[in-house]
Design a protein around this ligand. Structure first.
Ligand code: M6R
Length: 614
C-alpha cells in the first residue's frame, strides 16, 4: 500500500510526478502529495482524498512548481493517522529542509517520536513516517551528508519501508532505500526515477534497477551510487522493464474492471500459450523445477495466499488432490505466519499472488523457505519480490491489472493451477491419461466459451438491477465451485459494499438458513456434475424459506425456471473446468450492481491493490 515516485534530472519534475502517482493510484487513494525544490527551497503540496485534489492545487501554482527539476511524490493508503492533509506525505522536519515519502510501517515510531520530541522536534502529524523525517534531519545536522544521514537513520528504524528523501541543502539529489517494501530505480539520459512499481515510470524508461533490502541509492542527474547499510559500495544490475505504456489505457471501457473482465478469453489463451501445445503432449512448465524424484518424495503441499488469490489456491487444492494424490492445505498467509506450521524439504509451498508483493505472503514463503521447503510462486508479476525469491515460478501472464478488484488475474491463476496439476500428474503418472486429455481439450475450448458468456452480459445487467438494492447476498456451491462462491461474494462486497457471503450449500442448514426470508437473495452455482442434485436440493430448502433464488447453471433443464426467479445460463462445461466459466457472470454481477449504485468501481473505499503491510 502507498506508492512513491521520485525524479531528478533536467526536465520539469511536476508532470512526471503527477503521471507517476496517477499510475500508482491503485496502491492507495486516501491522500497525495509532492515535494519539489524551487529556486533552492523545498516546497510541499498535499491534499487529502483522490489525486485529483492534489492536481487541482498544483495546477493553481503550475508555472511556479514546474521550475523544479527534482521531486518526490506519494499516494497514501492510511495506516497510522486518519487520511487528512496533515497526515499526507511528504513529511518534513522542524526546519522544513527535509522532505520524505514512505511506503510501509515504522514499527518503533512511538519510541522514536518520544526521543525526538525530547530533542525539540515538533510533530505535525499522527504518522509513523514523520519520525523518519525528523531522524534524517537530525542525522544530517551531525554529518552534513544526506546519504550518511539516511544510512544512520535506517540503523534506528524498525519495520518495513521504501523511502525517498530530498534535502534543501543537497542540490538535485534523491536518496532512496528499502526494507521489505518494493522500490526500483529507472534510468534515463541524465535523469533518474524512483518508484514503488513499474507503471509509475514505464512511459519514461524501460531500463531499471530493483533495489534489494537494506540497499541505499543516491541519485543525481548524472550519477547513481549504491551502498549497503554498512557503507560498502555495491555493483549495479540493470534490467529491461517488461511492459508497454498502452497497457494502462481503459481502451474505451467505462472502467478498468470491465475492460479486464473482457480480456479474460485472451488471458486464458496467453496462459496456455507455449505450455499446452497439444492434447497428446505433456504440459511444459519450464520455470517449475520439480523433477520426478522431488515429486515422489513430496509429503504435502501447502498453498499460501490472500483474498482472491486464496480462492484461486482453493481451486488448486481440488485439482492437485484429485489428479496428483498429494495432500494439499490452503491457508491465508496472514494465519500461516503466526502459528507453528509443519513442513520440511519434502513439503512444497506454493505462494499465489497477483502483485507478488503482498506482505503476509512474502513472510509466509520466507518462513517456509527457512525450514527448507521448495518455494513455487504463482504470480502475475515476474519482476516482484516473491518471484525473485522463488525456487520455481509460474508467471501467470494476465497483463497489468489496474482495477483493485481482481478479475483476470484470478482466471489466470486458476488456469495456472490446471497446468500445474496436470504437469505434476504427468510426471508422477498419478492420473488416467484420458482424463488428463479431456481436461486439456476443455482448456483449449475455454476462451470461446468465455466469449460466449461475455456476449450475454445484458442478461446479467438486468439481474443486477433487480437485486441492486438488497442489503445482503448469499452465494452457495459445493465441491470445486465452493471457491467460486467465495470469490463471487468477495467481488460483490469489495466494490458494492453489500454484505455477501459464500457458503458450501451443505452448510446452509447448519446455521445460515436462519437468515433466509423474502429479502435475501441466494445465488446457487449449479453446474452439472457430481454435486448438481445436492445443490438443487439445498436450493429447494432455501426457496422453502422464501429466499429470492438465482441460478447460475450450465443445465438446460426448463424446470429450473419454476424454482429460480432468475436463471443465468452458461455454455455446457466439464465440471472440473466449470470454475473458470462460473466466475465471469459473478464478476459482471458485482460490477453492474456497483455501477448501478454509483460506487467507485476501480477504486473501492478502504482498499488498495497491493497490500504491502502485514
Ligand atoms: O496481490 P495479491 O494477489 O497477493 O493480493 C491479495 C489480495 O489483497 C487481493 O486478492 C484482494 O483481495 C483483491 N482486492 C481482490 O479483488
Amino acid at each position: 500500500m502507498c506508492g512513491i515516485v521520485g525524479y531528478v534530472g533536467e526536465k520539469s519534475a511536476l508532470d512526471i510526478l503527477l503521471e507517476g502517482l496517477t499510475n500508482l493510484e491503485y496502491r492507495g487513494y486516501d491522500s497525495a502529495g509532492i515535494a519539489v525544490n524551487v529556486k533552492g527551497k523545498v516546497e510541499l503540496y498535499k491534499a487529502e482524498g483522490k489525486l485529483q485534489n492534489l492536481k487541482n492545487i498544483t495546477n493553481e501554482n503550475r508555472e511556479h512548481i514546474s521550475q523544479s527539476v527534482i521531486g518526490i511524490g506519494h499516494i497514501r493508503w492510511a495506516t497510522h493517522g486518519a487520511p487528512t492533509t496533515a497526515n499526507a506525505h511528504p513529511h518534513s522536519c522542524n526546519c522544513g529542509r527535509v522532505a520524505i515519502v514512505h511506503n510501509g510501517i515504522i514499527e518503533n515510531y512511538k519510541e522514536l517520536r518520544v526521543k525526538l520530541e525530547k530533542q525539540g522536534c515538533v510533530f505535525r502529524s499522527q504518522t509513523d513516517t514523520e519520525t523518519v523525517a525528523h531522524l534524517v534531519a537530525s542525522k544530517y545536522a551531525e554529518t552534513n551528508d544526506l546519504t550518511e544521514a539516511v544510512r544512520l537513520a535506517t540503523k534506528e528504524i524498525e519495520g518495513a519501508y521504501a523511502l525517498a528523501v530530498i534535502h534543501q541543502d543537497v542540490k538535485n539529489t534523491i536518496v532512496a532505500t528499502r526494507r521489505n517494501a518494493p522500490l526500483l530505480v529507472g534510468i534515463g539520459e541524465n535523469e533518474y526515477y524512483v518508484a514503488s512499481d513499474v507503471p509509475a515510470i514505464i512511459k519514461y524508461t524501460k531500463k531499471a534497477m530493483y533495489l534489494d533490502d537494506n540497499q541505499i541509492v543516491t541519485l543525481t542527474p548524472s550519477s547513481m551510487k549504491l551502498i549497503d547499510t554498512d557503507n560498502n559500495e555495491l555493483s549495479q544490475k540493470y534490467e529491461e522493464l517488461p511492459w508497454e505504456p498502452v497497457a494502462l489505457s481503459k481502451m474505451g471501457y467505462k472502467h478498468f474492471m470491465l475492460k479486464e473482465i473482457h480480456e479474460q478469453p485472451d488471458v486464458v489463451r496467453n496462459v496456455l500459450a507455449g505450455k499446452l501445445r497439444a492434447i497428446d503432449e505433456n504440459i511444459i512448465l519450464k520455470e517449475v523445477k520439480l523433477d520426478k524424484d522431488t515429486l515422489k518424495n513430496l509429503n504435502r503441499i501447502q498453498i499460501v495466499a490472500c483474498g482472491t488469490s486464496l480462492h484461486a489456491a482453493m481451486v488448486g487444492k481440488y485439482l492437485i488432490e484429485d489428479l496428483c494424490d498429494i495432500a494439499v492445505d490452503v491457508e491465508p498467509s496472514s494465519e500461516y505466519i503466526y502459528r507453528k506450521t509443519v513442513g520440511d524439504k519434502n513439503t512444497l509451498v506454493i505462494g499465489v499472488s497477483q502483485s507478488g508483493e503482498t506482505a503476509d505472503t512474502i513472510t509466509a514463503i520466507r518462513q517456509a523457505k527457512a525450514r527448507g521447503s521448495h518455494i513455487l510462486i504463482v504470480t502475475n508479476r515476474p519482476d516482484s519480490t516473491m518471484a525473485r525469491e522463488a525456487d520455481s515460478l509460474i508467471p501467470v501472464s494476465a497483463g497489468i491489472e489496474v482495477s483493485v478488484a481482481a478479475t483476470k488475474s484470478y482466471i489466470a491463476q486458476v488456469i495456472s493451477f490446471y497446468l500445474l496439476a496436470i504437469h505434476i500428474a504427468e510426471i508422477k503418472e498419478s492420473a488416467n491419461k484420458s482424463e488428463l486429455e479431456t481436461i486439456k481439450r476443455e482448456l483449449i475450448l475455454l476462451p470461446q466459451k468465455l466469449e460466449k458468456v461475455l456476449s450475454h452480459k445484458e442478461e446479467i445487467q438486468l439481474c443486477a438491477k433487480k437485486f441492486a438494492n438488497s442489503k445482503d447476498f448469499i452465494f452457495i456451491a459445493r465441491g470445486i465451485n465452493f471457491p467460486t462462491a467465495l470469490e463471487g461474494a468477495l467481488k460483490l462486497k469489495e466494490i458494492s459494499y453489500i454484505n455477501a457471503t459464500g457458503y458450501t450449500a451443505g452448510e446452509l442448514k447448519h446455521g445460515p438458513i436462519a437468515m433466509l426470508d423474502e429479502s435475501m437473495p441466494v445465488l446457487s452455482i449449479l453446474m452439472k456434475g457430481k454435486v448438481y442434485d445436492k445443490i438443487l436440493s439445498n436450493s429447494e430448502e432455501a426457496k422453502a424459506r422464501n429466499a429470492r433464488m438465482i441460478a447460475l447453471t450450465d443445465s438446460d433443464d426448463s424446470k429450473l425456471n419454476e424454482l429460480f426467479e432468475v436463471v443465468i445460463r452458461l455454455p455446457e462445461i466439464n465440471e472440473t473446468l466449470s470454475p473458470v466459466l462460473a466466475i465471469v457472470p459473478l464478476q459482471l454481477l458485482a460490477y453492474y450492481i456497483a455501477e448501478f449504485l454509483g460506487k467507485d468501481v476501480d477504486q473501492p473505499r478502504n482498499l488498495a491493490k497491493s497490500v504491502t503491510v502485514e
